[in-house]
Design a protein around this ligand. Structure first.
Ligand SMILES: Cc1cc2nc3c(=O)[nH]c(=O)nc-3n(C[C@H](O)[C@H](O)[C@H](O)COP(=O)(O)O)c2cc1C
Length: 220
């Protein structure tokens, strides 16, 4: 049984109150807002000539960081590439069909996961000492970093769309080379890339089919 301090007890009741005040009268998303996030949102192949400010990237992260991760581990690491110099640096690691899409994007995000994520557990999960659980089990450490880092990458895409941005996710690149170029001397590994910007509708392909409920879901 965890013993909470008075300060932690107050933080718990504040959080419960805040949550209830939103859930008691929820403004549910409209059809068109859901379309913007998922229904009609598309993966991008080209970009309008319109940049993304640093402030917007900060606002994006302020929401991304709120997405849930196991033991609040927050293992994702994000590198937002905006400069031509850094775009040139990542260019060699891209598969040929991804080069133009990336080079013309206002931002190329490297979504990585930090295998040393547990170094932050004292801050992120202060009421319990969970770091040894990860440090002492490399399979669990990797699974936690990769699973939750991937989720955080997905949160990034959905929040970007909610902010009116478009996404071009990519796994067609040389992970080892990106790790060498951008995460040298760290325990951070690249997961996938996500170009961000305002999409050029003329570059969109036809929509590929998805699997139906009965093909992949069961209610038991
Ligand atoms: C993790 C991930 C990796 C992807 N890698 C590539 C890629 O390397 N090159 C590319 O052109 N598209 C890539 N895509 C885009 C997918 O092909 C696209 O999301 C999928 O076909 C659905 O397209 P839609 O969102 O427009 O319906 C990737 C998507 C994801 C989520």
């Amino acid at each position: 049984m965890i013993e909470f301090t008075e300060e932690q007890k107050k933080a718990i009741s504040d959080a419960q109150e805040k949550f209830s005040s939103i859930k008691d009268n929820p403004d549910l998303l409209t059809e068109s807002q859901l379309d913007l996030l998922f229904g009609q949102a598309r993966s991008m192949n080209g970009w309008k000539d319109k940049g993304i400010s640093d402030e917007m990237l900060h606002s994006l992260y302020e929401l991304v960081k709120m997405g849930p991760t196991s033991t609040n581990s927050c293992p994702a690491r994000f590198v937002f590439i905006k400069s031509s110099e850094m775009k040139e640096k990542i260019k060699d690691a891209l598969l040929p069909n991804n080069v133009e899409k990336c080079m013309t994007a206002p931002v190329i995000t490297i979504i990585g996961y930090d295998l040393d994520f547990s170094d932050y557990m004292g801050k992120l999960f202060p009421h319990m000492d969970v770091a040894p659980m990860y440090k002492g089990n490399s399979d669990m450490n990797f699974a936690t970093a990769f699973r939750n880092g991937s989720l955080q990458g997905a949160y990034l895409m959905i929040i970007a769309r909610a902010m009116g941005l478009d996404c071009g996710p990519m796994s067609g690149f040389n992970n080892e080379l990106v790790d060498e170029l951008f995460f040298k001397d760290t325990n951070i590994k690249s997961n996938f890339l996500c170009c961000l910007g305002y999409g050029d509708p003329s570059k969109i392909f036809f929509r590929l089919p998805r699997l139906d409920f009965d093909e992949v879901c069961e209610i038991i």
